[in-house]
Design a protein around this ligand. Structure first.
Ligand code: DGL
Length: 271
């Protein structure tokens, strides 16, 4: 007999629009699912605030999504995951999927030059990230590359390129690109500006993010827990009509319009 919980939505949260880059990947491989997306824009950015503040905000976001009645939660934010994933898991009576900078796939690309990890200052300072980097230290030279201020620019300006390109040119100016083999996009916002990063970094450097891996991991966990909504998944799709309800702590209508626009660019229409 089908588990009645399969029909419940999946909760997804981030400090802002960055988590939409993860949601798009999830919708592509789980088109029958319904979603509740929470953007905590009133408190964005997360990555330059103290750890305790972000832990509290992450638990608030989790509590809000729990109350909407979800069957699983995706923390589509490396920063929140890095400082609060254990506490979030304790709060949730269902599977919780977090995100971490995708060092494993970057290292597996080897033989390596340096691997730059673009992420928020808080993610790069966290115990969790440092343990991960320590784990792979014998396989590559891993360089933390904090990008304070970039999330704000993306929230404000995406998709206008000017200020983003200026920020990135300045950021990369001390870097010798010949020494770098890969850049890990360790913040879900940065995936939204992949093209701009590639333009600055050059096409010899691989850009790696954890979004597809996270979507696949979610599918595996839901399948194992018998929580997957499989209605209609057998049909191959060219375009996607997604069922998403959006919640925003800041300027609601502007952020929701941005989220829908970003999904539309990925071929996903919100129903
Ligand atoms: N998108 C987030 C992350 O993956 C949060 C960035 C922020 O708000 O600073 O880390």
């Amino acid at each position: 007999m089908e588990n009645p919980k399969t029909q419940l939505p999946i909760g997804v949260f981030d400090s802002g629009i960055g988590g939409i880059s993860v949601l798009a990947e999830i919708i592509r491989i789980l088109p029958s699912e319904e979603f509740v997306y929470f953007a905590d824009t009133q408190h964005a950015p997360y990555g330059t605030k103290p750890e305790g503040v972000i832990r509290a905000l992450s638990l608030n976001a989790t509590g809000f999504l729990c109350r909407t009645g979800i069957k699983s939660l995706v923390v589509a934010c490396n920063t929140a995951t890095s400082v609060a994933i254990n506490e979030i898991r304790k709060m949730c009576p269902f599977p919780v999927i977090g995100m971490e900078p995708a060092l494993k796939p970057a290292v597996e690309l080897g033989p390596a030059g340096k691997i730059l990890v673009m992420a928020t200052p808080l993610t790069l300072k966290s115990k969790k990230f440092n343990a991960l980097a320590y784990h792979y230290r014998h396989l590559a030279e891993i360089i933390p590359f904090p990008c304070a201020g970039l999330v704000e620019i993306i929230e404000r300006h995406h998709p206008q390129k000017g200020e983003i390109t200026e920020y990135l040119s300045h950021l990369f100016s001390p870097i010798n690109k010949e020494d770098v083999s890969a850049i890990v996009l360790g913040c879900t916002h940065y995936v939204l500006i992949k093209k701009e990063i590639m333009d600055i970094a050059g096409n010899k450097i691989a850009l790696v993010d954890g979004n597809y891996g996270t979507a696949r991991h979610l599918r595996t966990v839901l399948r194992n827990e018998r929580l997957l909504n499989i209605a209609g998944t057998e049909r191959p799709r060219i375009s996607f009509k997604a069922r998403i309800s959006f919640h925003v702590s800041g300027n609601e209508s502007e952020v929701i319009t941005k989220c829908k626009h970003l999904l539309q660019q990925e071929g996903i229409v919100c129903g």
